[in-house]
Design a binder for this molecule. Structure first.
Ligand code: CA
Length: 229
């Protein structure tokens, strides 16, 4: 099956370079030049991945993302400028899965897209539900519960929780998580992991000052800890 990618970028030369690189890899690509067109296309096409520029005329990329997240958990890769350090983090906290800083190499962007779309297809992913004292995870329905209540997670947040909880007590380095969850061999930025762990803790109702479910192992990474039942 051909993966569909929506590129949201008003600068035509950039959009067209990205389009041609992605099409060369066999992806089906649609381009939207503003936020409203992006939301419309996202509904119609149901893309497998969205590349979303922050700087757009009218509605900016963050607002597009906020609205998109009300109806879709699709993987979103943000494009940011170097000066948008804060925006990067804001972008992640409103539900972006990762970002690429402009100017970027189209080759690297394509490599990331391929890695993302490959993720979760490995033989390693477990199919049986995971039950703990506080947390329950159903990989088939891609649903998680904390103390019986459904937790609303993006695809990536679910994969992150599932990866950690599949090996309770095992410490994952940030690099390992980038590899397993984001599918990156070497492109990832460690901070993306920290931001997403923070969001996941919040959604799980875990206190980041003294987390009970996802613990930080200083200098190493993260581990999931709950009692299996
Ligand atoms: Ca732009």
């Amino acid at each position: 099956m051909v993966s569909k990618i929506l590129v949201v970028e008003d600068e035509e030369p950039i959009a067209e370079v990205v389009r041609s690189y992605l099409e060369r890899e066999g992806f089906q690509v649609a381009v939207a030049a503003d936020g409203l067109a992006a939301l419309d296309q996202a509904r119609k096409l149901q893309p497998d991945l969205i590349i979303l520029d922050i700087m757009l005329p009218g509605m900016d990329g963050l607002e597009v993302l906020r609205r998109l997240r009300q109806e879709s958990q699709v993987y979103v890769l943000m494009l940011t400028a170097r000066s948008e350090e804060v925006d990067k983090i804001v972008g992640l906290s409103v539900g972006a899965d990762d970002y690429v800083t402009k100017p970027f190499s189209p080759r690297e962007l394509v490599a990331r897209v391929k890695a993302i779309l490959r993720r979760g297809r490995g033989a390693e992913s477990k199919e049986q539900a995971l039950s703990f004292r506080h947390v329950r995870i159903d990989p088939v329905r891609r649903q998680a519960w904390v103390n019986g209540a459904t937790v609303s997670l993006t695809q990536l947040e679910f994969d992150l929780l599932n990866a950690l909880a599949s090996y309770p007590g095992m410490v994952f380095s940030r690099e390992r998580l980038l590899e397993r969850v984001w599918g990156y061999d070497f492109y990832g930025d460690d901070r993306v992991v920290d931001v997403h762990i923070g969001i996941l803790r919040k959604k799980l109702g875990d206190d980041s000052a003294s987390p009970r479910l996802i613990k930080t192992v200083r200098g190493v990474g993260y581990k999931f800890e709950d009692e299996p039942v």
